[in-house]
Design a protein around this ligand. Structure first.
Ligand code: COA
Length: 257
């Protein structure tokens, strides 16, 4: 039998605006951008020209052109979006890496205020931007070739395994991906990688229910889930005061030129 998504909406849909000009980011807002990582050769080479020496070295290490192009497109697009918020030039921005590899802007790049996180899955990238907060974002395409039971056993908490088992069989794959993106977004927000034990906290995973933390997470952390098209669940985790979430669609990266 061919497996398909379980029918009803995984999550409430959000409206992705396509702004004509770059929107200002206010302190009480978080901006989430989705983009399709499809760039023609001209755009690729423009985006490539924005990368730093380190980023170029990293790009050169990818064995597959497809993976290299995705990295260049994602990083170049990130530089363009950050530069627009900061009224800077994409090439001039400098990043530093946290102890587990989370990129942030250096203080010289006015990075003390603007925080961000990035995630990509297949041809979709999601970028989240806020001010003076920690942010983590994760997008995953719901894949049917993944043996989700084995992975869940390995990474999910006892409570999450029980929640997954309670779902009707036809909803379990979606439940798995909702749980996965939520856990990953929380881990990414803190930037501590696997120093956070994945079974030390619980998220909910019922399709259609708003995202929440159920255990093991300080009350200052907030979580939200939404979809890009109907195949890509996204989770966003941030700290601080509740934010007004704004959603923007960059469409094809060609529009950036
Ligand atoms: C490093 C890690 C955060 C990347 O996650 P991923 O799903 O492979 O990739 P994503 O597309 O979501 O995110 C990659 C981006 O996150 C950012 N990033 C890298 N390291 C990061 C870190 N430690 N924290 C937050 N963000 C990080 C980078 O911008 C990166 O983009 P780049 O590869 O183009 O430089 C991830 O491998 C990891 O450590 N996960 C730990 C938890 C885990 O195993 N979770 C299972 C969930 S149940």
């Amino acid at each position: 039998m061919v497996e398909s998504l379980g029918g009803g909406a995984l999550l409430d849909s959000v409206v992705w605006e396509s702004p004509q000009s770059h929107p200002p980011l206010w302190e009480d807002e978080i901006h989430v951008w989705q983009s399709h990582l499809v760039a023609d050769a001209g755009t690729q080479s423009l985006l490539h020209s924005y990368l730093s020496e380190d980023e170029n070295e990293r790009a050169a290490r990818f064995r597959l052109d497809r993976d290299r192009n995705k990295f260049v497109t994602t990083r170049g697009t990130l530089r363009i979006l950050l530069a627009r918020y900061l009224q800077a030039r994409p090439k001039d921005l400098m990043f530093l890496l946290g102890p587990e590899g989370k990129p942030a802007l250096t203080a010289e790049s006015a990075g003390e205020m603007l925080s961000f996180n990035v995630s990509h899955s297949q041809d979709v990238a999601v970028f989240a931007f806020g001010q003076n907060r920690n942010i983590g974002v994760d997008v995953e395409r719901v894949r049917f070739d993944v043996e989700y039971d084995d992975i869940a056993q390995h990474y999910f908490s006892v409570g999450e395994m029980q929640s997954l088992a309670k779902l009707p069989r036809g909803n379990r794959r979606e439940g798995f991906f909702l749980c996965w993106t939520r856990k990953e977004a929380y881990v990414k927000a803190g930037g501590r990688g696997l120093q956070i034990a994945l079974d030390s906290f619980d998220v909910n995973l019922e399709p259609g229910d708003p995202a929440c933390f159920l255990r093991g997470v300080h009350a200052s952390w907030r979580i939200s889930s939404f979809m890009v098209s109907n195949e890509y669940p996204v989770a966003l985790v941030y700290d601080g005061a509740p934010a007004d979430l704004k959603f923007f669609d960059l469409g094809n990266v060609r529009r950036l030129q």
